[in-house]
Design a binder for this molecule. Structure first.
Ligand SMILES: Cc1cc2nc3c(=O)[nH]c(=O)nc-3n(C[C@H](O)[C@H](O)[C@H](O)COP(=O)(O)OP(=O)(O)OC[C@H]3O[C@@H](n4cnc5c(N)ncnc54)[C@H](O)[C@@H]3O)c2cc1C
Length: 203
């Protein structure tokens, strides 16, 4: 429930004081951590959808070696290989974008632009990968006998929530053209300190 409230708060950009009211059962420290967590949830999403591209790649490769057309596995057809190559390309690019955003956050450096880029790229790439995975599975891909149909449905929602692709496109254009700058936060989160967090968790 709190998770949902935090999410909604992020979508509607409520100020922190109002956030405290809606999450009144949490301590101030917990609220602060969760509010900051909203800032990283785009990064989490990036990781999640990069994982879905990997699932699309693995399931497509497995099926491509099983299914035969024109006397050979479809894995040997170059246009099928092209779809798999694009999945791999997007895994490699997505991983770097997500790791960059996460690294900045761990250093306590503002990473709004980088998390937006990671979310935008990974969710769009996951949607394309799922679409291609359905294509590789042919008519079976359209049925619910294989996972790829579910990946396509799930990845479509991700290009809508947490900022639609169009909104992230506009954000990135505004950053690139110098029309958008991050305002200083009222309370900066410190850099990640593993010793401190482990101690907090064991309390
Ligand atoms: C599966 C799922 C789960 C969700 N979970 C949550 C949740 O937990 N909490 C929550 O608060 N919300 C949630 N949402 C809602 C989600 O955040 C909104 O659907 C999203 O912000 C888009 O808003 P909208 O649906 O009103 O579309 P609209 O704002 O009506 O947009 C429609 C289309 O117009 C485009 N558009 C709109 N404005 C512009 C513009 N200025 N420039 C260019 N294009 C534009 C959009 O990109 C989109 O393509 C969820 C949505 C889905 C699909």
């Amino acid at each position: 429930m709190h998770q949902i409230q935090a999410w909604q708060m992020h979508q509607t950009a409520q100020p922190l004081q109002q956030a405290k009211l809606s999450i009144s059962s949490l301590s101030a420290d917990e609220v602060l951590v969760r509010v900051s967590g909203c800032g990283v949830c785009h990064t989490d999403l990036g990781f999640f959808y990069e994982g879905i591209i990997k699932a699309c790649r693995d399931e497509s490769i497995r099926y491509a070696f099983e299914r035969q057309t024109f006397g050979k596995p479809i894995a040997e057809h170059q246009l099928v290989q092209q779809m798999i190559a694009h999945m791999q390309q997007n895994i490699d690019i997505g991983e770097l974008l997500v790791l960059k955003a996460g690294w900045l956050k761990n250093q306590g450096i503002r990473n709004a632009r980088e998390t937006s880029m990671a979310k935008w790229y990974c969710t769009e790439a996951a949607n394309r990968a799922a679409n291609d995975a359905v294509q590789i599975h042919g008519a079976y891909g359209y049925s619910d006998e294989y996972n790829v149909e579910r990946h396509l449905r799930n990845t479509k929602s991700a290009v809508i929530y947490e900022g639609t692709s169009q909104i992230h496109t506009l954000l990135q254009a505004a950053y690139a053209m110098g029309k958008r700058k991050d305002k200083p936060m009222r309370c900066e989160m410190p850099a990640y300190d593993p010793d401190n967090w482990q101690a907090e968790r064991s309390k």
